[in-house]
Write a protein that binds this ligand. Structure first.
Ligand code: GLC
Length: 747
């Protein structure tokens, strides 16, 4: 139940409030982050605010700077001046933030500072690879550092709240927002969620160089039917708990200070009015102490969902479910007063929501210094530094995944004298930023051809031809492109999606190469020169046809500001690729959803009986994906041997040898999967339970060891309780989810 703040007005004298706060603090861990002075400030404010001022704190308004949704706000300045807005989004720069903060803290009656939110999804000015690319690095430390740099740059420009991390698990690459997440696995997604929250918030976000995180989109937005954005989510409670909720919980456990509700319904109940989700689960079961904000007008959209006759009744549903702040809908602003009068909401519910918001502002240090995030010197010295560019370049190369490399086409030989860089993405800077790069300046991005010129320009002649566009039917440029290929010693063929073909409102039914890119690719490859495809995309693509014709394919996603340089580091062999995909690539859209942690079914297909009819299979396509979860090649070769399992009490240790049997040192992401062979419910064929990213020198053999407890083997049951079951297990170790060595054990 929402806390009853009605008693507070009877304990008005400040000293009584202070004593009350100390008592509450002892009971409630969230207050431990507040200083006694801030606790007193929050309670004093709450007891003196008018209803309008309280509702103002629950109102988030968008700027006219950068719209990330359908509606805009007109008179936000007047609303701020009169205390009727508690937060704004999509504004930044110290001057602008200071200007608006001044309206709040110098002109409004109670001088309550504003939150300034922004979608700092993969960088602020220094744009890092999209989150799905960063996930492919499996480098939790680097992911955390990237978010800390993002927080440092964003907070240097006045932002104190980011709408990230997005932790939605997804198994359907038709959904464009897979680009913003960590892929298909909840266990890996949970580790990445924690790393990202830590990067944004640090150990407490009141030092002015970190920002409040906002874990989104709560919940299960990535399970939209048919991968169509905003579509229905119809899911069993068991799947919800096992495969979709863990990363949100991980982010909350890591201390995320806010949560954003998702647009979708879950089994008939939209998240933005879902009391089971926002109060029973999030607050009462998980102990969340921050505040809940809607997504962009997701409150108003409950009318379209058909669960509210009008925005007024939707507002009551949202507040009573546990929503604290209304993003851009002005629904609370326009209706909470009447709803209170009509007793459709309670004063204590409003006060509880205001309390959550004021506490976040106190934790950010805004009551001590409303201009904490308006440091001109930081803005001038801490953005786009050489260190952040160097780090971004390193993360680009770590995020690249070598999908194919027949005849060791890559890396380019130093003897190459003429390099043809061809394709619709070869000279694009804006596409390098990917979706959600709001403050990133595309002019500062390094395109592929710029990266190639930087790295190879002193040793080879670089020729460029676009060949075709990304997605139209023009082929007039292909002839010149073929001519350039014939003239060259090596061809780099830049293909893929534009940046706006993934991200929000960017679902695709055909997830193969668009436009005339295959016409170009076939013509270029027919020229017979050593050729690699460099792929730019925000989602797994169903590139079976490309896999058949291209000698080499390097997946580079959208690498951000340093894309071209980081990719050139891989093409040249200066960096040995180590990335591994965290979302399966289907052979075609008809296979979707295809994912590694699938069930066996009662009639499993077996390679031993390829012609068996009455089994779970397709007539026209294998069951396996084009590239499986965890897949990625190297310029060297890793071989696995000697897997052993040792059971000691309730712990199991699994070891194996990994040998670098190639000619180059390289990093390998060694993966551990477990299969629970017999359970009281069906269990996946494999579940990722561990990984280690190791540098293994050429010729070296390393013994890797993983140790698991019974808890690591627990799973959700139909009663939604999570526990372990004794029995026989298989352990698998390998460089991806399909190529493994195995051993069994009993626990
Ligand atoms: C958008 C997105 C959400 C984003 C918000 C603010 O509609 O769904 O991810 O944080 O609006 O831009």
């Amino acid at each position: 139940m929402r806390r009853n703040t009605g008693l507070i007005k009877f304990f008005f004298p400040a000293i009584a409030l202070y004593l009350l706060m100390q008592t509450v603090a002892a009971q409630n861990s969230a207050f431990t982050r507040l200083s006694p002075a801030d606790s007193l400030k929050v309670e004093t404010l709450l007891s003196t605010m008018t209803l309008d001022e309280k509702i103002g704190q629950l109102t988030l308004l968008a700027s006219d700077w950068n719209s990330t949704g359908p509606a805009m706000n007109a008179n936000y300045e007047q609303l701020i001046r009169t205390g009727k807005a508690g937060a704004v989004l999509n504004f930044y720069t110290v001057d602008k933030v200071r200007e608006l903060q001044k309206l709040a803290v110098e002109e409004s009656r109670l001088k309550i500072p504003l939150l300034f939110g922004n979608d700092v999804i993969h960088g602020h000015r220094t744009i890092f690879p999209i989150p799905l690319a960063q996930a492919a690095s499996w480098d939790l430390a680097s992911i955390e550092i990237a978010e800390h740099i993002a927080a440092a740059e964003a907070s240097a420009e006045g932002i104190n709240w980011t709408y990230a991390p997005m932790v939605d698990i997804a198994r359907d690459p038709r959904w464009g927002r897979v680009s913003e997440g960590a892929g298909e696995d909840a266990w890996l997604g949970s580790l990445i969620a924690k790393a990202r929250v830590r990067g944004f918030q640090g150990d407490g976000y009141s030092d002015g160089t970190h920002v409040l995180a906002c874990v989104k989109h709560f919940a299960a937005y990535g399970a939209a039917v048919a991968g169509r954005d905003y579509n229905v989510v119809d899911i069993s409670p068991l799947s919800l708990y096992e495969y979709y909720l863990p990363p949100y919980k991980a982010a909350i456990d890591a201390g995320a200070g806010s949560v954003m509700t998702s647009f979708n319904e879950i089994n008939g109940v939209p998240s933005t009015m879902n009391r089971w989700l926002l109060t029973d689960l999030l607050r009462n079961e998980w102990g969340f102490r921050g505040f809940v904000v809607t997504d962009w007008t997701s409150l108003n959209e409950m009318v379209a969902h058909g669960v509210a006759a009008d925005v007024k009744s939707a507002s009551a549903l949202a507040l009573n479910a546990g929503v604290d702040m209304d993003m851009q809908g002005s629904a609370f602003l326009n209706h909470l007063g009447e709803l209170l009068k009509e007793k459709q909401v309670t004063q204590s519910a409003i006060d509880e929501a205001v309390h959550h918001v004021l506490r976040a502002k106190a934790e950010l240090g805004l009551f001590s210094d409303p201009y904490l995030f308006c440091n001109k010197k930081r803005e001038q010295t801490e953005i786009m530094t050489k260190e952040s560019q160097d780090f971004a370049r390193k993360l680009v190369s770590e995020s690249c995944v070598l999908l194919k490399n027949a005849n060791n086409t890559l890396p380019l030989s130093p003897a190459v004298k003429i390099i043809a860089v061809i394709g619709p993405l070869a000279d694009s800077k804006i596409d390098m930023l990917g979706s959600w790069s709001s403050a990133g300046k595309w002019e500062q991005a390094v395109s592929l051809i710029e990266g190639v010129r930087n790295r190879f320009g002193s040793q080879a002649r670089i020729i460029y031809e676009k060949g075709c566009n990304i997605s139209d039917s023009q082929v007039s440029g292909i002839e010149a492109a073929v001519k350039a290929a014939r003239e060259s010693d090596f061809v780099i063929l830049a293909l893929g999606e534009s940046r706006d073909m993934s991200g929000e409102a960017a679902s695709r039914t055909n997830i193969d190469l668009p436009g005339e890119q295959y016409t170009l690719a076939e013509a270029i490859i027919k020229a017979g020169k050593p050729t690699t495809v460099v792929l730019f995309n925000g989602r797994p693509l169903a590139i079976s046809r490309l896999e058949q014709i291209a000698p080499a394919i390097l997946e580079t996603w959208f690498g951000g500001t340093q894309a071209g340089n980081g990719i050139a580091d891989i093409l040249s062999g200066d960096v040995n690729p180590s990335g591994k995909i965290t979302m399966s690539f289907p052979r075609n859209a008809g296979q979707i959803p295809v994912y590694y942690n699938a069930k066996n079914t009662g009639r499993p297909f077996s390679n031993d009986r390829p012609d068996e009819k009455y089994v779970s299979r397709y007539l026209d396509c294998p069951n396996t994906p084009l590239y499986p979860f965890g897949f990625g090649l190297s310029y060297t070769r890793f071989t696995y041997s000697g897997i052993k399992t040792i059971v000691e009490g309730d712990r199991i240790t699994i070891t194996a040898n990994v040998t670098n049997s190639g000619e180059k040192d390289g990093q390998e992401i060694v993966q551990l999967y477990i299969q629970d062979k017999v359970g009281t419910i069906t269990r996946p064929l494999k579940e990722l339970k561990g990984f280690k990213k190791l540098l293994i020198k050429k010729g070296e053999t390393v013994n890797v060891s993983f140790s698991l407890s019974r808890d690591d083997l627990s799973f959700y049951h139909p009663d939604l309780k999570k526990y372990w079951e004794p029995g026989e297990f298989n352990a698998y170790i390998g460089g991806n989810s399909a190529e493994v060595i195995s051993a069994s054990f009993n626990l």
